[in-house]
Design a protein around this ligand. Structure first.
Ligand SMILES: NC(=O)c1ccc[n+]([C@@H]2O[C@H](COP(=O)([O-])OP(=O)(O)OC[C@H]3O[C@@H](n4cnc5c(N)ncnc54)[C@H](OP(=O)(O)O)[C@@H]3O)[C@@H](O)[C@H]2O)c1
Length: 305
């Protein structure tokens, strides 16, 4: 099968190569999925799980990509809950990756049924941002109606889901990002927008929850705008930032079939919009992951036409 592999961590996305690889086999409780559409987050190439297995042994050449939508073609021994021929979407385990390929083996529990009226590209595009936003807002941030949320990168893949899901939950949402992203963030439902290059973040006053996708100095300063009892949720990597009187939570998403079902239901009934910036073929994916101009939104790989 065709697959994109990486062998050199220092090379980043420039080190990606499209090659021929053996098709994966379904292990116990796995399914093999014929990938129709998949996605990738550039942060993956900085995660240890792309390069080593859980015992820290080199697993290169590894196939990146965790996000997928496709059709089940085989079941491993003992696998229940999904069947051959079923449309599915979700995330593979980060120590396995493998979705930038024609076939991938995934634990069945990490996938959910993809309804027939939802396009594979849409399914692949909502899995990672949708689960991340859901878990950050509702499990870790314990958001409830009437609270305020500062959604960093509100025009980006995760930030646009954070903005929409927080609004659906009855929160007041202040989006942030680059000047050029103002309208896009407002279109996704942000009620105010802070241009991080030209406005003063601290002018936001106090918020109940900050959802940080940027980190660094922005993450540190964001801790200072949280009200007593509020929460800083970050997905941008380990941070020392702490609200003076509140919680800081730094988490990595996990796949969850029930939450994928909640997310896709909101996509079907029009309450959630996906944020796809670019759709390319597997043959053109390496070039697309090394863009010469800025792409806002997710790049989705249509593996089968
Ligand atoms: N821990 C987890 O479970 C988890 C899950 C998903 C994603 N992530 C990580 O979260 C991060 C965001 O992912 P994503 O898919 O949402 O990325 P994305 O689509 O690129 O969104 C990030 C947004 O923030 C903006 N931004 C970044 N730095 C900025 C700055 N200094 N000032 C103003 N705007 C800025 C980006 O603009 P530009 O494009 O112009 O920079 C973009 O609009 C990535 O690092 C990803 O690896 C972690």
């Amino acid at each position: 099968m065709k697959a994109i592999v990486v062998t050199d961590q220092a090379a980043g996305t420039a080190g990606m190569r499209l090659v021929e690889r053996p098709e994966p086999q379904a292990a116990i409780n796995d399914v093999v999925v014929q990938v129709h559409a998949s996605g990738f987050t550039s942060g993956e190439l900085t995660w240890p799980s792309t390069w080593t297995d859980r015992l820290d042994r080199d697993r290169t050449p590894s196939i990146p990509g965790q996000e997928l939508a496709g059709v089940v073609t085989a079941l491993g021994y003992g696998t229940t809950g999904l069947s051959v021929g079923q449309r599915v979407f979700g995330l593979s385990d980060s120590y396995r990756g493998g979705t930038l390929a024609e076939y991938v083996a995934v634990e069945a529990r990490n996938l959910a049924p993809l309804p027939g009226d939802v396009d594979f590209a849409v399914g692949a595009s909502v899995a990672m941002p949708g689960l991340t936003a859901w878990q950050g807002l509702f499990e870790h941030g314990r958001l409830h109606a009437g609270q305020s949320v500062l959604a960093h990168g509100a025009a980006g893949a995760v930030g646009s889901m954070v903005t929409q899901l927080a609004r659906l939950a009855g929160a007041y949402v202040i989006g942030t990002g680059r000047a050029a992203d103002r309208q896009k963030a407002l279109d996704f439902g942000a009620q105010e927008f802070i241009d991080l290059d030209n406005d003063v973040l601290e002018d936001v006053g106090g918020v109940d929850l900050v959802f940080d996708v940027i980190g660094g100095d922005i993450g540190t300063r964001s801790a200072g705008v949280i009200r007593p009892g509020g929460t800083l949720v970050t997905i941008a990597g380990p941070t020392e930032a702490r609200p003076a009187d509140g919680l800081a939570i730094d988490f990595v998403l996990v796949s969850d079939r029930a939450q994928l079902g909640e997310i896709v239901q909101r996509v079907r009934d029009g309450r959630l919009r996906t944020n796809i910036g670019n759709i390319v073929t597997l043959d053109n994916a390496v070039a697309a992951f090394n863009p010469t101009k800025r792409i806002s939104g997710k790049t989705i790989i249509r593996v089968r036409p």
